[in-house]
Design a protein around this ligand. Structure first.
Ligand code: NAD
Length: 418
C-alpha cells in the first residue's frame, strides 16, 4: 500500500522510471530515490467571519534531505491532495539538483480555494497552517515559498508566525517574502523572467527572431504574467493569454501590460477583453511560436500534443505535459521543449539567493540578482542541451537524468544510515 495516489503522483512516478531505465538504475535503488522521506498531514481549524469554525486539510512532503534542507512552495488550491504534493516535491528535487542548489525537494499545500476566503480568513489559515508545521520545518530542515494560490503576503504571515513562536525574527524560514520583510529584489518576477529568458534561448536555437515571434500563455498569475511581460519586452507579440476564468486570443497581439494591471486590480482576466474570448482548450493548439503553459499540471495530453502548432513549449507550470504527450512530441521534432524543471527554475534559484541573503543579512541589488539568475539558467540550459544531444534523448529526459544522477550520487556517497 502507498500513501501517495492520484494521477499527478502516477505521472511523477512514471517519469522517474523512464529516467531510471535510461540510467539503468537497479530496481532496488529506485524506491529509495523515488519515495518521499517524510509526509505530514495536518488539520487546520480556523475561525470564519460568520462565526463558524472550519477545518482545512494541509500537507507538506519532504522528498529527500540528502543535499540539504527541503525547499519548495506551498499551494492553496481546492483540489490539493497528498499525491499531488508528493509529485510536486519529487519534481522539486530534480529541479534543485539540476540547478546545483544545496536543497532537497519539498512541497506543501492546503485544500482550499483561496478566492473563497476573506483576507482575515486567509490570514487565519496561513498562520494556522504554519503553526501546525513548526515541528517539522526550519531554515536548515525545510524552507517554504509561494506556489499557486499563495503570494508574498502569505509568506509574510508564515514568517511572522514562525518567528513569534521562536521569539526572534527568522526571515530565512520562507522565501518569496515582501522585500521589506527580508525578501529579495527580483523574486517576484524571477520565475516568469526565467521562462521568457529560456524561451529566447530556444527561439535563438531555432533561428526565430523574437520581434517576429508570437506567444500564447496559459495562466496569468505570478509566473504567466511575468513570462508574458518578459516576452513582450523583447518584441514578442503575445496573441493569447488565459486564466481559470477566461481564455483570450487576438492575432494582432494583446496588450499584456494592460492585462497585468487589470488582473492585479480585479484578481482575474474576465472582463479585460471579453470580445477576444476563445475556448480554453483550443487556446493551446492555436498557431504560435512559443506556447507557455503557466497554470496547472497535465494540460498538454497526448491528444493536444498531436494538434500543437507551436515551435517552442516553455513549461512555466510544473508537470504541464503528460508522458503520453511526451511520446507524441518525440515524433514531432519541429517542437523544442524547455522542460519544467529547467524552465521554471528561476523561482527556486532566486529563492536560494533570498535564503543566502537572509542568512548573511547582506542584501544584493536587483541587477546582481538578475545577473546571477541568468548565469545560473544559462549553465543549466547548456548542460541540458549538450546532454540531450550526446545521449540522443529528449530535453526532458536529459534534464531529469542530470537531476536524478546528482541525487543518486549524493545518496551513494553518504551511504545508508545506520
Ligand atoms: P498563481 O496562483 O499566481 O497563478 C495561477 C494562474 O493560473 C492564475 O492566473 C489562475 O487563474 C490560472 N489557472 C488556474 N487553473 C487554470 C486553468 N485550468 N486554466 C488556465 N488557467 C488556470 O500561481 P503561480 O505561482 O503563477 O504558479 C503557476 C504554475 O507555476 C504552477 O504550476 C506552479 O507550481 C508553477 N511554479 C510557480 C513558481 C513560483 O515562483 N510562483 C515557481 C515554479 C513553478
Amino acid at each position: 500500500m502507498t500513501l501517495f495516489a492520484g494521477p499527478v503522483f502516477e505521472m511523477a512516478k512514471r517519469q522517474f522510471h523512464i529516467i531510471a531505465d535510461h540510467l539503468e538504475i537497479p530496481v532496488d535503488e529506485r524506491e529509495r530515490l523515488l519515495m518521499p522521506k517524510r509526509a505530514i498531514a495536518v488539520s487546520c481549524p480556523i475561525h470564519m467571519d460568520d462565526g463558524r469554525t472550519a477545518v482545512f486539510q494541509g500537507f507538506r512532503v519532504q522528498h529527500h534531505l540528502t543535499l540539504g534542507p527541503a525547499k519548495g512552495g506551498t499551494r492553496f488550491s481546492a483540489n490539493v491532495d497528498l499525491g499531488e504534493i508528493a509529485a510536486l516535491a519529487i519534481w522539486m528535487s530534480w529541479k534543485c539538483a539540476l540547478a546545483e542548489l544545496p536543497y532537497g525537494g519539498g512541497k506543501g499545500g492546503v485544500a482550499v480555494d483561496p478566492l473563497s476566503l476573506s483576507l482575515r480568513e486567509l490570514e487565519n489559515l496561513s498562520r494556522r497552517y504554519m503553526e501546525e508545521m513548526i515541528p517539522f520545518v526550519g531554515p536548515r530542515t525545510d524552507i517554504m515559498a509561494p506556489d499557486m494560490g499563495t503570494n508574498e503576503q502569505v509568506m509574510a504571515w508564515f514568517m511572522d508566525t514562525y518567528s513569534m513562536n521562536k521569539g526572534v525574527t527568522i526571515p530565512e524560514i520562507v522565501t518569496g517574502k515582501p522585500v521589506g520583510s527580508g525578501g529579495t529584489l527580483g523574486r517576484r518576477e524571477a520565475t516568469g523572467h526565467g521562462v521568457a529568458f529560456l524561451a529566447f534561448r530556444a527561439l535563438d536555437r531555432l533561428g526565430i527572431e523574437p520581434s517576429r515571434a508570437t506567444a500564447i500563455i496559459q495562466g496569468f498569475g505570478n509566473v504567466g504574467s511575468h513570462a508574458a511581460l518578459g516576452l513582450a519586452a523583447r518584441g514578442v507579440r503575445v496573441t493569447g493569454i488565459s486564466d481559470h476564468t477566461i481564455a483570450l486570443y487576438d492575432a494582432r497581439g494583446l496588450d499584456v501590460k494592460a492585462a497585468a494591471a487589470y488582473a492585479a486590480r480585479h484578481g482575474v482576466l474576465k472582463g479585460f477583453a471579453d470580445a477576444a474570448a476563445v475556448s480554453p482548450r483550443d487556446l493551446l493548439t492555436l498557431p504560435c511560436d512559443v506556447l507557455a503553459p503557466c497554470a496547472v499540471e497535465r494540460v498538454i495530453d497526448g491528444e493536444i500534443a498531436a494538434k500543437l502548432q507551436c515551435r517552442v513549449i516553455a513549461e512555466g507550470a510544473n508537470g504541464p505535459t503528460t508522458p503520453e504527450a511526451d511520446e507524441a512530441l518525440a515524433q514531432r521534432k519541429e517542437i523544442f521543449v524547455v522542460p519544467d524543471i529547467l524552465c521554471n527554475a528561476g523561482g527556486v534559484i532566486v529563492s536560494y539567493f533570498e535564503w543566502v541573503q537572509d542568512l548573511q543579512q547582506y542584501f544584493w541589488s536587483r541587477d546582481e540578482v538578475m545577473d546571477k539568475l541568468e548565469r545560473a539558467l544559462d549553465r543549466s540550459w547548456s548542460k541540458v542541451v549538450e546532454r540531450a544531444e550526446k545521449d540522443g534523448v529528449s530535453t526532458r529526459t536529459a534534464a531529469m537524468a542530470i537531476g536524478v544522477e546528482r541525487v543518486r550520487e549524493a545518496k551513494r556517497a553518504r551511504g545508508l544510515f545506520p
